[in-house]
Design a protein around this ligand. Structure first.
Ligand code: 13P
Length: 250
């Protein structure tokens, strides 16, 4: 059985006190959820306090990014080791916003994956095509290239600690969700690509999350697909009721 995961990527939203308020609301409403792992990825300033509040609950903390260096003179960066020490157990890596605005490449993401694994953090590794690539029917090619690049030299043993998120860039923050058929088709393709690299055991066991305008009204039909193991939620994760309703959609 693959792990069902619903992860909230808060992006650059919420002050410290607003964030604490939201975390407390999520904790209060999350109690009855048993068959799904909840993860929240608040801005770094909230990680340690959120981890303290969520201790012994069914909620894990994630960073939204980490540095591609171990430590040293990299002003403004947060290392995998620092993130781990603040209470996070997951890290979102390779989000399309990091690729687009901060010029992250598959090679940089590959380095980050390795640093996270060395520090016992589970990477939630993102992939996905932009609209022009889908319209040119290049979406499978683009995603396969991302997967191969990002997992270069990652051993089978290490890959056991990976979560993947498929986030078509045209669906992020646009209200334009991928159809359940589009999501299933790509998730199956990603699983096949993983199978070609790591074999069927690992490909059958890796959780693949869908992200992009996922909300309470469409989560059920997305999660009903055999290869969709959960969601990486942006906008809707900033509302505790919506986030929990999505997690209740399995
Ligand atoms: P939205 O749910 O706001 O479309 O964002 C998705 C996302 O980018 C999650 O990482």
């Amino acid at each position: 059985m693959r792990k069902h995961i619903v992860a909230g990527n808060w992006k650059m939203n919420k002050t410290f006190s607003e964030g604490i308020d939201l975390i407390n609301k999520i904790i209060n409403k999350s109690e009855p959820l048993q068959n799904v792992q909840l993860i929240i990825a608040p801005p770094f300033i909230l990680t340690s306090e959120a981890a303290r509040l969520a201790m012994n609950k069914n909620i894990d903390l994630a960073g939204q990014n980490c540095a591609n260096h171990d430590e040293g003179a990299y002003t403004g960066e947060i290392s995998a080791r620092m993130l781990k020490s603040s209470g996070a157990t997951y890290v979102i890596l390779g989000h399309s916003e990091r690729r687009a605005y901060y010029h992250e490449t598959d090679e940089i993401i590959n380095t980050k994956i390795k640093l996270c694994l060395e520090n016992s953090l589970t990477p939630i590794v993102c992939c996905g095509e932009v609209l022009e690539e889908r319209e040119a029917n290049k979406h499978f090619e683009v995603v396969a290239k991302q997967i191969k690049g990002m997992f270069q030299d990652i051993s089978s043993e290490a890959f056991k600690n990976i979560v993947i998120a498929y986030e078509p860039v045209w669906a992020i923050g646009t209200g334009k969700t991928a159809s359940p058929e589009q999501a299933q088709e790509m998730h199956l393709f990603i699983r096949e690509t993983i199978k070609n690299i790591y074999g069927s055991d690992l490909s059958n066991n890796v959780s693949i999350l869908y992200g992009g305008s996922c909300k309470p009204s469409n989560a059920k039909e997305l999660f009903a697909n055999p290869d969709v193991d959960g969601g990486l939620i942006g906008g809707a994760s900033l509302n505790a009721d919506d986030f929990i309703a999505i997690a209740n959609s399995f």
